[in-house]
Design a protein around this ligand. Structure first.
Ligand code: DC
Length: 225
């Protein structure tokens, strides 16, 4: 059976995961947060004390990392590193930077590609990330590039971190976001960019309800074509 897939790409803090989760519920699709997979590799590599910019060193430890994904009773995606549930641990602020660094390494991307494509072969999926529409699922039935101004994204990220009990400053979050965008956009492999056939949705001026409404109508329109 052919499964349907929806690709949602964009920079961090654009609202991808919040919106994709709600859209998945609306459509009855499986939500796959691919950033969480890269975060798990970033966490694993940092725990093994390798330099995250050293592609060979990171590549050499990949076989020692057992990365698994599952869905809890809460219906949410959980990540496991060598059997340990790291779903919460990968949300720490420094892990964002680690994930961005390891995600620039071609061997890491290759290592994770099969896992992502298998999920889409076996389920109707909404997958969010940076290269879903361009590399992972180039034939996705609907592709959306979700973005917002850096300041708006930083404010949302700050709120999210606060809700997780991590106190930090808006300026720090904004600086991290701009730096990470730069890294994700300028890397040699699978850089963050809008696929030619993706629809742009800018949520700078939109609240959650409005963004979701726009996304649902856009995706339903595309899937019906
Ligand atoms: O979406 P996120 O902030 O959890 O992603 C963390 C990092 O992982 C991000 O800076 C870039 C990388 N990433 C990627 O390169 N490709 C993806 N499909 C998803 C995330």
């Amino acid at each position: 059976m052919n499964h349907k897939s929806i690709a949602i790409d964009g920079p961090s803090g654009a609202g991808k995961s919040t919106l994709a989760k709600l859209l998945a519920r609306e459509l009855g699709f499986l939500y796959v947060d691919t950033g969480a997979i890269y975060r798990t590799v970033g966490l694993g590599a940092s725990r093994m004390n390798v330099c995250l910019e050293d592609a060979r060193a990171v590549e050499s430890i990949l076989p020692q990392m057992k990365i698994e994904m599952g869905y809890g009773e809460d219906g949410l995606q959980h990540m496991y590193l060598n059997g340990e549930d790291v779903t919460e641990a990968i949300r720490r602020n420094e892990i964002s930077r680690y994930a961005s660094l390891v995600s620039a390494i071609p061997a890491v991307r290759d290592y994770l590609l099969d896992m992502q494509r298998r999920l889409a072969r076996e389920n109707d999926v909404i997958m969010d990330g940076r290269d879903i529409g361009t590399v992972v699922l180039p034939h996705a039935g609907a592709k959306v590039f979700l973005t917002a101004a850096p300041e708006a994204r930083a404010r949302r990220r700050l709120l999210e971190l606060k809700q997780r009990g991590q106190e930090t400053e808006l300026e720090t979050v904004l600086r991290d976001i701009v730096q990470r965008d730069e890294q994700d956009r300028n890397r040699a492999v699978a850089p963050l960019r809008q696929a030619e056939d993706a629809v742009l949705l800018d949520t700078t001026e939109l609240g959650l309800e409005e963004s979701l409404k726009a996304l649902i109508s856009l995706v339903k329109g595309r899937l019906a074509q």
